[in-house]
Design a protein around this ligand. Structure first.
Ligand code: C2E
Ligand code: CA
Ligand code: CA
Ligand code: CA
Length: 275
């Protein structure tokens, strides 16, 4: 145990200390995870509603920790952001997703989540360029998903980086649309190709007429602005049909399919093809 002075002793909180220790251990493990090849990507299909076909997949990272088992990105991405590990991890995600997507049918796109912290660094433009170059993936098949909080930082710099990436032919989607604190005016400054409507809207729409109205308004705004609209977290046929009636272009969620390993994609596409 630590020797502390009498005055500080009364502030000693073993629970707090063990929590700090646990975090420190997780941090050390996270720093080594990439070198130990503990990360992998799962892919969740996105279905074009009008085309009635799979249009692409979103890459979702998984961390297989030797003793904790599979750690959710919800539990390590923010830590990775705090300690700067998000840069090498994010680069690995981009490279891996681009490489794996080259093995798919050339009609299929791949969407990659980019943390706001990655956009704080000017290097992000080069990282994207390098991932495309080393994989040989056509830039048109890559889509980056950013969140509103990305736009809250130094927005001039961020905009410059977004335009730089767009200039390569890569498209940018606004993820978790409607949950952040950015003003809608960013829709004037950048041509996002897609709005991904957060799962919470869809969940609430079932019980709340106001949420349903809001959902419809977002869908028609997307349509008037020429942006595709993706509903995430579609879990039921009812939700799917409601979205279809509302003019939503794309659906993603357990109703279509759960995130799957890259090895499962080929068979999934074969069995889900309309007959
Ligand atoms: P997100 O980008 O909003 O991803 C959607 C999350 O919803 C995924 O969770 C997905 O598995 C889950 N999901 C999909 N369909 C359904 C459904 O029908 N119902 C429910 N309840 N959930 C559904 P996941 O894979 O745990 O990822 C959580 C978050 O972690 C992601 O949210 C994203 O913000 C972040 N993340 C994942 N992979 C990466 C990555 O490679 N880089 C970065 N920076 N963040 C990532
Ligand atoms: Ca996403
Ligand atoms: Ca999302
Ligand atoms: Ca979300």
């Amino acid at each position: 145990a630590k020797r502390l002075g009498r005055s500080r002793l009364c502030f000693f909180d073993p629970q707090l200390e063990s929590r700090a220790l646990a975090r420190r251990n997780l941090e050390l493990d996270l720093r080594r995870a990439l070198g130990l090849r503990q990360f992998s990507l799962l892919y969740q299909p996105q279905k074009s509603i009008s085309g009635n076909r799979i249009s692409g997949f979103e890459a979702l990272i998984r961390w297989d920790h030797p003793s904790r088992g599979r750690v959710s990105p919800v539990d390590f991405i923010s830590l990775a952001e705090e300690i700067g590990e998000i840069h090498p991890i994010g680069e690995w995600v981009l490279k891996t997703a681009c490489r794996q997507a080259t093995t798919w049918d050339s009609q299929l796109s791949v969407a990659v989540n980019i943390s706001p912290v990655q956009f704080e660094n000017d290097d992000i433009v080069n990282v994207v360029a390098k991932a495309l170059e080393t994989s040989g993936l056509a830039p048109e098949r890559l889509e980056l998903e950013i969140t509103e909080s990305t736009l809250l930082g130094d927005s001039d710099e961020v905009m410059r980086r977004l335009w730089g990436i767009k200039a390569m032919g890569v498209s940018i989607a606004m993820d978790d649309f409607g949950t952040g604190y950015a003003s809608l005016s960013y829709l004037n400054s950048f041509p996002f190709s897609k709005l991904k409507i957060d799962r919470t809207f869809l969940q609430q729409a079932e019980h709340s007429p106001r949420s349903k109205a809001l959902m419809k308004a977002i869908l028609s705004m997307g349509e008037s602005l020429g942006m595709a609209t993706v509903a995430e977290g579609v879990e039921t046929l009812d939700q799917y049909e409601e979205l279809s009636r509302g003019g939503c272009t794309t659906a993603q969620g357990y109703y279509i399919a759960r995130p799957m390993a890259p090895e499962a994609i080929e068979e999934y596409l074969r069995s889900s093809r309309p007959t």
